[in-house]
Ligand binder design. Structure first.
Ligand code: FEO
Length: 169
């Protein structure tokens, strides 16, 4: 089934959004590393790798259907965070934007009766439920931590559960 221009454009837009999320998570990871939050740094590195993988899924679908994707420009990510809470809020906003983009792409696939794209996007719709859940939890945990000692203990906990590898699994 050939890809309609509307669905192709929606998938290209979403691929760019996923790559922009990867850039932003990379910037957050660097910020955390400089602030000595090694667990959070590892966590955001892992998110950056996942976002890139999400973009790859969309690009593969496009190329499998004979479309050379147009990738959009990505704005430089913010690096001026006031603290961990503002990093968590930025992650929350990124995930909400990703969900909106996925839903728009799905609506385009529905309108064009593009069943393969709908199946592809089902995976993303479920994934966004998980992505929003962790971003909610991150805000709640940081709010509950309250003081710098509790934040460091949360950071060590993250480092422990994410293991000693690069975190990009
Ligand atoms: Fe590709 Fe964090 O969603």
């Amino acid at each position: 089934m050939s890809l309609s221009p509307n669905v192709a454009a929606a998938l290209e837009t979403q691929a760019t959004l996923e790559l922009a999320a990867a850039q932003n998570y990379l910037a957050m990871s660097c910020w955390c590393e400089v602030q000595q939050y090694d667990g959070f740094a590892r966590f955001f590195r892992k998110q950056a790798a996942e976002e890139r993988e999400h973009a790859e899924r969309l690009l593969k679908h496009l190329t499998d259907r004979d479309v050379v994707p147009h990738l959009g420009a990505i704005a430089a990510p913010n690096i001026a965070f006031k603290g961990l809470m503002s990093v968590a809020q930025a992650a929350y906003d990124l995930e909400r934007a990703n969900t909106r983009g996925i839903h728009q792409a799905y609506e385009a696939a529905l309108a064009e009766k593009d069943y393969p794209a709908q199946v592809l996007l089902h995976w993303f719709i479920s994934e966004q439920v998980e992505e929003e859940a962790w971003s909610d939890k991150l805000i709640a945990k940081i709010r509950d931590a309250g003081c710098s000692g509790a934040l460091l203990s949360l950071d060590r906990h993250l480092e422990k559960i994410l293991g000693g590898d690069s975190g990009a699994d």
